[in-house]
Design a protein around this ligand. Structure first.
Ligand code: NAG
Ligand code: NAG
Ligand code: NAG
Ligand code: NAG
Ligand code: NAG
Ligand code: NAG
Ligand code: NAG
Ligand code: NAG
Ligand code: NAG
Ligand code: NAG
Ligand code: NAG
Ligand code: NAG
Length: 602
């Protein structure tokens, strides 16, 4: 009742505010033909009422439609050419629907007053609307469609006057990024997003004249050449994301002029030279991702002043130098640090123990020596530690300390000259889910107590000197036995750092972003295990009732395919539960089969 009353009041007010405008007949027919071209169960446009009062429509005083805004309303179908009749349209927002088909290019010619054009997150096809002639356009968003072809190089010159935000990410555009030469107007852009397309060629010059530019993204394209010099003059930039391209050349030290930078992502390019020596001037930096490049030199000492750093990733470069000489102690917000696959030397940096927020440390694949200090126990949040492939001397002692790291869920210590038996203190790590001790010289038998570690679902003990039989107790590992249970227990558990699985087989490109997407497995190949029967503790019934499984569990090729397939592992989400169960089961199958093969051969 109250609701109805409110509605009436609102109706009256809107009528009053617009001097009881009524929908112009042309407008009404056009809107109706727009409606005919789309399909929406949720929208109630009836021809009996003034079209200016319809949901998502606003008119000016003369009854001309100015706004057509129906974002996220489950609309499907295509955009009718009749939209061109709404010549007074200033706001068009049909984002987050399921609209398909081409844009009505010819009709867009008449929309000369459009300020806001948001058709993002639909399934629109065909080409960029170069026919759009509006000089007043402010916000332009076509991201997340299936558009292709090139963007006219003069686009910004023709319509830049008022353009603040331009987003064409997640399409299939090709060719060059349009020119940023501002000859007629000044650049007032704040947001520019070209990511996830197929753009080629260099980043054109001109961004240095965009004094308000806050976000520039062009990641995941085929952009080449070096970073244009004048980009360093865009001193309002807060985010520069150009990762996964083919950029080459150095990162100029003048990047430190952009003191407002918060996020710098240049990873997976071909950048060379040093990390900017004065990077410590970027005190607002929280994310520094320069991994998978060709950077050399050492960590610039000034980086210790990047006191707001939360994530630091420099892995897979050619960095070197004594890591213990770098002072990490002021990086109090640092949560993850990845320096793996470089050529760092020295001992485990003791100043890192002051970074109490650390949850993940990956230093694998360097030349780090010495032992781990008991101080590491002070890193109470540490859940991920990978020190694999270093030169830790007396690894046995070095890692014994880790027993105090009660929150460890991932422990990767492969290829660490680790000797002796599987250390029993590991059983104290009650949250451990992932244990990789492969490529060491571990002797003795597989300890039965592993079977009491209820969270553990990934064990790699391959390439060691283990002997004896496969312990019955492991058959009880709930994580290995029941995929349903697994799904429940580790549900949503997100890895701090992606894992590269498996380290000992050439599939190192596979990144697992979540423990959830990691198939539970036990790897025991290349040991000296004996006996066979024990494997029957992995009851065949675990594999029944999974018609989605690729074939018979005895069929090794199928399982190996599972292990080496190149499909990206789905990131965890509710919708990927099916794939999860599939992955889990397949993983168990594979582990089982590798074990069987080895055991039956021996
Ligand atoms: C659609 O709107 C009209 C007029 O406002 C109303 O009479 C009718 O009941 C509505 N239909 C639905 C399905 O909501
Ligand atoms: C609206 O536009 C379409 C296509 O451009 C045209 O065929 C039609 O006659 C126009 N309708 C009105 C009512 O003007
Ligand atoms: C379009 O509508 C969506 C949903 O309300 C909103 O988030 C978005 O900012 C709008 N687009 C523009 C350019 O205003
Ligand atoms: C696009 O919209 C669909 C539903 O309309 C939604 O599920 C999806 O998350 C959206 N994608 C993005 C990138 O916003
Ligand atoms: C551009 O659009 C994409 C997809 O709609 C969105 O995820 C992204 O955040 C937008 N870029 C900027 C800088 O807002
Ligand atoms: C940047 O602005 C200056 C001064 O207005 C102008 O001379 C120069 O041509 C502009 N550069 C580009 C690439 O637009
Ligand atoms: C960086 O800042 C310095 C000092 O303010 C200035 O001299 C220099 O021209 C700037 N470099 C660029 C590329 O803007
Ligand atoms: C990096 O440069 C090398 C040598 O110039 C080239 O072979 C390689 O394809 C480049 N990689 C990328 C990602 O551009
Ligand atoms: C750094 O961040 C703070 C807090 O958000 C802000 O007040 C300050 O202006 C930023 N510094 C620069 C140089 O942008
Ligand atoms: C890395 O840089 C070195 C020179 O510093 C060069 O010889 C090598 O080809 C580069 N590698 C790639 C992949 O670009
Ligand atoms: C790593 O550093 C050592 C000693 O500084 C040097 O001998 C070695 O060649 C370097 N390795 C690589 C791959 O650069
Ligand atoms: C390794 O460390 C342990 C414990 O500190 C010690 O007992 C042992 O002698 C050390 N072994 C070597 C080879 O240094």
């Amino acid at each position: 009742m109250l609701n109805l009353f409110l509605k009436l009041v609102l109706l009256f007010l809107s009528c009053f505010a617009t001097l009881c405008k009524t929908c112009n007949q042309i407008e009404k027919e056009s809107v109706l033909s727009i409606k005919l071209s789309i399909y929406s169960p949720a929208i109630n446009w009836t021809s009996s009422v003034d079209c200016c009062l319809w949901e998502g429509i606003e008119c000016d005083a003369n009854g001309r439609v100015t706004h057509l805004q129906l974002p996220g309303r489950d609309l499907s179908g295509s955009i009718s050419p009749s939209i061109g009749n709404l010549t007074h349209l200033s706001h068009l927002n049909l984002s987050h629907n399921h609209l398909s088909g081409p844009l009505p290019h010819h009709s867009l010619l008449s929309l000369v007053l459009v300020e806001v054009l948001d058709l993002s997150n639909n399934s629109l096809t065909d080409e960029f609307p170069s026919s759009l002639l509006s000089k007043v356009i402010r916000l332009f968003d076509l991201s997340g469609n299936n558009l292709q072809g090139t963007i006219p190089s003069s686009f910004f010159q023709l319509s830049a006057g008022n353009l603040e935000s331009f987003n064409v990410s997640k399409n299939s555009f090709t060719g060059l990024i349009p020119s940023f030469s501002w000859t007629k107007t000044s650049c007032i852009l704040r947001i520019l997003d070209f990511s996830n397309n197929d753009f080629t060629g260099p980043i054109p010059p001109g961004l240095g004249n965009c004094s308000r530019l806050q976000v520039f993204r062009a990641a995941c394209n085929y952009i080449s050449g070096s970073l244009p010099d004048d980009i360093y003059a865009a001193t309002s930039l807060e985010e520069l994301s150009l990762h996964v391209n083919s950029l080459s050349g150095p990162i100029s030290n003048t990047i430190v002029n952009i003191t407002s930078l918060i996020i710098l992502q240049l990873y997976s390019n071909n950048l060379t030279g040093f990390i900017p020596q004065d990077i410590g001037k970027l005190t607002n930096l929280t994310h520094l991702y320069l991994h998978v490049n060709n950077l050399s030199g050492s960590l610039p000492p000034s980086m210790k002043n990047c006191i707001n750093l939360i994530k630091l990733n420099l892995r897979n470069n050619k960095l070197e130098g004594d890591l213990s000489a770098f002072n990490f102690s002021m990086l109090r917000h640092l949560r993850t640090i990845k320096l793996g696959n470089n050529n760092f030397t020295g001992s485990f940096p003791s100043t890192l123990y002051s970074c109490k927020s650390l949850t993940a440390v990956r230093l694998s694949g360097n030349n780090i020596e010495g032992e781990i200090s008991p101080e590491i126990v002070a890193l109470e949040s540490l859940s991920y530690l990978s020190l694999a492939q270093n030169r830790l001397t007396n690894a046995t002692a070095a890692i014994k300390i880790l027993t105090g790291c009660k929150n460890l869920s991932v422990l990767a210590l492969s290829k660490s000259q680790f000797q002796g038996q599987v250390p029993s203190w590991i059983s104290n790590l009650r949250k451990l889910q992932f244990l990789d001790l492969s490529l060491n010289q571990i002797t003795g038998s597989i300890p039965g107590w592993l079977g009491t570690m209820t969270t553990l679902f990934y064990i790699d003990l391959s390439y060691n000197l283990l002997s004896g039989e496969f312990p019955k107790e492991l058959g009880g590992l709930p994580m290995l036995v029941s995929e349903l249970q697994t799904a429940k227990k580790i549900g949503g558990s997100r890895l701090e750092l992606p894992l590269f699985i498996p380290p000992n087989i050439n599939a190192s490109n596979e990144e697992y972003y979540s423990l959830l997407s990691l198939p539970p497995s036990i790897f025991l190949q290349n040991n000296s295990l004996s006996g066979r029967g024990q494997f029957h503790t992995f009851s065949i019934s675990n594999f029944e009732g999974n018609p989605g499984l690729c074939g018979d569990i005895i069929e090794t090729s199928c399982s190996i395919q599972t292990r080496t397939n190149n499909n990206p592992v789905p990131s965890p989400s509710e919708s990927s539960k099916k794939e999860l169960v599939y992955g889990l089961t397949a993983g168990v199958v594979f582990g089982f089969i590798i074990g069987s093969i080895d055991l039956s051969v021996k």
